[in-house]
Design a protein around this ligand. Structure first.
Ligand SMILES: [Ca+2]
Ligand SMILES: [Ca+2]
Length: 614
């Protein structure tokens, strides 16, 4: 066991206290440890306890940890103490004593040594395909923790909105499967403790921001997941929530300060779902304020990030998870609902510490003219510039939905991408045909295998950083509601009658679909032009859509046919891009096209040809 492991095993922080009638006690210190050698070497300890009465003072017995400030706070259950940690602080406990009148209490604060950053904090970009997992619904690797006495909700697989028992062990057990599939990163929806009687599986209502939900596993298991994923060249994306907590968070029984939240449980606004108002020059200021100050739901208290203690808590908490585990990127939930000044500070602290890291903001807006305002250095407005590099491309998603759910014109996808001039960098957008919040593509196409696959072919060959919802590789069909969208992956749970993790356990149709998706994923991995190549496209003709990705000498041509019959597509417009090339060869079949002989090529119904040059 390393010293770090021994230290962490000794947590929570050991406390000793002088006896008195109104005895000061400490029950919790957050963050539970820090590291020497961090850029952020001045941190704020949030101490929770009893009788932490003002005037409170603190003194460190360690020359390497200096107390720089103790705050006066109105609630004696909490104290905030700023400390500065020397770059060479030894790994171990550092003694800090708190004094109030004649009373005193000591805490031993653990400082750890940082691990080598090699292979950690990598960031994601267009070369990645991000596999989105709802952990409760992917695989149950440890049934012993499906019910935990201190957690109010236990496993009930018969309830579509209940907990089904999936966990971190289940994901770790299938990392080889995911690496073979060809995805390169895992976005796992929130894993933090959500102790609520219902709907606790979704994870977006945290009740402890420093603890993995024990039904998912342990903090050490999350660290193990990142380590094991990295061994297989898979990155890990944390689903992070700055905007809100769960109504059952202990803070709700005793708020650290009156302005810890926006509003209160008894009296709060509801978040206006009018995100465009934040940049609408005709909008009403009260409507604008309600977006960031209202509650997302009545069960999700809205954190007031304008309170500097709240902001510090959240920023340190984020750095703590990144440093503890080595995770690579964050998908930030409900991005437009959090305070933009806070989000800017938060992002800058993360990037100062981890320069290769990346953050994708969840901005659920289908209009590129509004969506683009959330990306850094955009030309639309400074008001929402939070240094955010990547965001969820709901505009392209909406175009996909129109084309594939409603059999709309392929022109909608072309026209959406034609507005990419609005973005600081459209190649960094997270693209998707579905996710955990919307109907699956197979549902949208009415179970049409060819059209679902066509949507994935476009997704995985056009610009952006694609995301794929778990089960997309076998054409899972859910769409009626959240329970069916987030259905259990077949084979992930004890007693499942089929096991889609193995070729033998998949049906013939599932295997065909799986092979096609796997092939696309490997194509994207092998061809850098599909990740970084410049995109050129042509206005659609008769529901055919032609585009090309170019990087250096590599050219990949994609010919899409959005009709129910085969159609000939002219190669003539592509000639200027293909000078010196003699043949086009399909990257997914044996088809070869002699460019000199064939001015056009037939594309099957509801399909796309993906062609390389030779
Ligand atoms: Ca389990
Ligand atoms: Ca908010």
């Amino acid at each position: 066991m390393t010293i770090s492991k021994a230290l962490l095993a000794a947590l929570p922080v050991l406390i000793c206290s002088a006896a008195s009638a109104q005895q000061m006690t400490i029950s919790k210190v957050e963050p539970p440890n820090w590291w020497s050698g961090m850029t952020m070497n001045q941190i704020q300890l949030m101490v929770t306890g009893e009788n932490l009465d003002p005037p409170l003072t603190a003194r460190s017995r360690s020359p390497q940890v200096r107390v720089t400030r103790v705050y006066r706070t109105p609630n004696s259950s909490y104290a905030f103490i700023d400390i500065e940690i020397a770059g060479d602080a030894f790994e171990g406990f550092h003694l800090i004593t708190l004094y109030s009148g004649k009373d005193s209490v000591a805490l031993r604060y653990p400082i750890l040594r940082r691990k080598s950053p090699s292979g950690r904090f990598q960031g994601t970009d267009a070369a990645d395909v991000i596999y989105l997992i709802t952990p409760d619904r992917f695989a149950n690797g440890d049934t012993a923790t499906d019910r935990i006495p201190e957690m109010t909700e236990g496993r009930n697989r018969s309830n579509p909105l209940g907990r089904h028992g999936g966990d971190l062990k289940g994901i770790i057990d299938h990392l080889d499967y995911l690496a073979d599939l060809g995805v390169t990163a895992l976005w796992i929806t929130p894993l933090l403790e959500n102790n609520a009687p219902t709907l606790s599986y979704h994870g977006y209502a945290a009740t402890d921001l420093y603890r993995i939900d024990p039904r998912f596993g342990t903090n050490a298991q999350y660290e193990e997941l990142v380590r094991e994923a990295h061994k297989r060249k898979l990155k890990v994306v944390m689903d992070h929530v700055s905007n809100h907590i769960g109504i059952n968070h202990p803070w709700m029984k005793d708020l650290p300060s009156a302005d810890w939240l926006n509003g209160s449980a008894a009296s709060h606004q509801h978040a206006a779902n009018a995100k465009a108002d934040l940049i609408d020059i005709h909008s009403d200021s009260a409507v604008r304020a309600a977006t960031t100050l209202g509650w997302f739901t009545d069960n999700m208290p809205d954190l007031n990030q304008r309170n500097s203690f709240v902001a510090r808590y959240l920023i340190q908490n984020t750095l703590w998870w990144i440093e503890s585990t080595g995770l690579d990127a964050i998908r930030e939930d409900t991005y437009p609902y959090a305070d933009p000044h806070y989000l800017g500070d938060w992002a800058r602290c993360i990037m100062a510490e981890y320069p290769s890291f990346s953050i994708t903001g969840e901005v659920w807006i289908g209009d590129p003219a509004v969506l683009a305002a959330y990306q850094k250095e955009n030309r639309i407005t400074d008001a929402l510039d939070t240094d955010l590099t990547s965001l969820t491309d709901y505009a392209l998603f909406d175009a996909f939905t129109q084309v594939f759910a409603n059999k709309g014109s392929i022109r909608l996808i072309h026209d959406c991408l034609a507005k990419d001039y609005l973005y600081w960098d459209p190649y960094r957008l997270m693209t998707f045909v579905d996710n955990h919040d919307v109907r699956r593509i197979m549902y949208e196409t009415g179970g049409d295998v060819h059209r679902s696959l066509l949507a994935l072919k476009i997704l995985l060959t056009t610009r952006g950083m694609p995301e794929l919802l778990y089960g997309s590789e076998i054409g899972m069909m859910g769409g009626k509601d959240h329970g069916t969208i987030r259905a259990d992956f077949p084979g992930g749970f004890p007693g499942d009658s089929t096991d889609a993790f193995t070729a033998r356990g998949r049906s013939t149709e599932q295997n065909e679909y799986f092979r096609a998706v796997r092939q696309l994923l490997h194509l994207r991995k092998e061809h850098r032009s599909l990740a970084y190549g410049k995109l050129f496209h042509f206005p659609p003709v008769n529901e055919t859509y032609t585009y090309i990705r170019i990087l250096g000498e590599e050219r990949i041509v994609v010919l899409v046919n959005n009709r129910d019959e085969a159609q000939k597509v002219s190669l003539v417009p592509l000639r200027p891009y293909l000078s010196g090339k003699k043949t086009l060869r399909s990257l997914t079949s044996s088809l070869t096209i002699d460019l000199a002989a064939a001015p056009e090529v037939e594309v099957p119904a509801n399909d796309a040809l993906i062609l390389g040059t030779h």
